[in-house]
Design a protein around this ligand. Structure first.
Ligand code: OOG
Ligand code: NI
Length: 316
């Protein structure tokens, strides 16, 4: 399970020990997420109630400030240490973002388990290209990352606790950032908190395994889906289909005493279709590795909007 050659000679119990710590860490991140985001919690309960209590996560996603050691690497180190492999980079020039995704170790697919007890998910970590923002926005972000001291070294810890590693900002600073980059404002008040989990729809058993049916089911139950560029996001090859809810909001106590609602997290759905070269495999032979892997800039660009004011204030 570990990535280093030397540890492959460790006993099974030792590598399982490290895997159980890793899964416990993911479970704490998930608990923080479920406690803050009633929509995500309800949807996971609803889907698991009709689908035999079995949900696989396609991926987990996090946001970071790409400055002073607070970027992607501050969180990626946990995943790399527990056997993940770095994959492609994605660029979003208009949003001033870049992202990397990481594939899970294949030694540990727990087919029977659900959620963080199931097959380990991919990980998607993005960072804001802070150097490209206005001087005023940079000043705010640099102020809080500096105040954080060595907080970047404890990114995963902060995520699992649901704590910010920096002081709470002023409401005016949040608003200033929101005017320039909604991603920046989100990250200032949510820090390293899990941005979303994604349900792997093709691994469901009921008719919800078809993402279009799942989208209809979610809407019928009164939840709002991100409609930016259309509800269903489809990759150019037609094989990666994604959709997401609009983020929940929570009251946030700013350091100047102002209490205002801020966007928190959302839940995503992904259906990965079988690659053309495996078209002839029977249903029972098809494994996750036979399906479209990775992410897609065009889809992701629209999924980022799940926390935007435009989507949050849109009439259902
Ligand atoms: C990430 C948006 C992109 C995906 O699966 O492509 C994404 C974010 O909102 O931070 O989740
Ligand atoms: Ni995602």
């Amino acid at each position: 399970f570990s990535s280093t050659a030397i540890s492959s000679s460790k006993s099974d119990s030792q590598s399982q020990g490290s895997e159980s710590f890793f899964r416990d860490t993911l479970r704490s991140m998930e608990t923080v997420y479920l406690n803050r985001n009633p929509t995500a919690k309800s949807i996971l309960e609803l889907v698991s109630s009709i689908d035999d209590e079995q949900i696989c996560y396609d991926h987990l996603a996090f946001r970071t400030f790409g400055v002073n050691g607070y970027g992607i690497n501050s969180l990626a180190s946990l995943f790399l240490d527990y056997g993940y492999t770095q994959k492609e980079e994605l660029r979003f020039p208009a949003k001033k973002l870049k992202a990397l995704w990481f594939s899970p170790p294949n030694s540990s697919s727990q087919d029977g388990g659900s959620g963080v007890n199931g097959p380990l998910p991919r990980v998607f970590i993005s960072e804001l290209l802070v150097d490209q923002l206005s001087p005023r926005a940079q000043e705010i972000i640099r102020k809080y990352t500096k105040k954080s001291g060595s907080g970047n070294k404890y990114a995963a810890f902060a995520s699992a606790l649901g704590s910010l590693t920096w002081e709470k900002p002023l409401y005016s600073e949040f608003q200033q950032l929101a005017g320039e980059s909604e991603y920046a404002a989100w990250t200032l008040v949510n820090g390293y908190a899990l941005n979303h989990v994604t349900i792997s729809t093709h691994r469901l058993k009921s008719n919800l395994r078809n993402i279009k049916s799942l989208n209809e089911f979610i809407k019928k139950n009164g939840f709002k889906l991100n409609s930016d560029g259309g509800v269903l996001k489809v990759s150019p090859d037609g094989l990666l289909l994604q959709s997401s809810t609009v983020a929940d909001s929570m009251p946030f106590s700013f350091s100047d005493g102002v209490v205002e609602s801020v966007p928190c997290s959302y839940i995503e759905f992904a259906e990965r279709l079988v690659l053309p070269q495996y078209k002839n495999l029977s249903e029972s032979e098809i494994k996750e590795s036979h399906r479209r892997d990775g992410f897609e800039v065009g889809n992701a660009d629209k999924i980022f909007e799940s926390t935007s004011k435009e989507q949050l204030t849109r009439r259902a």
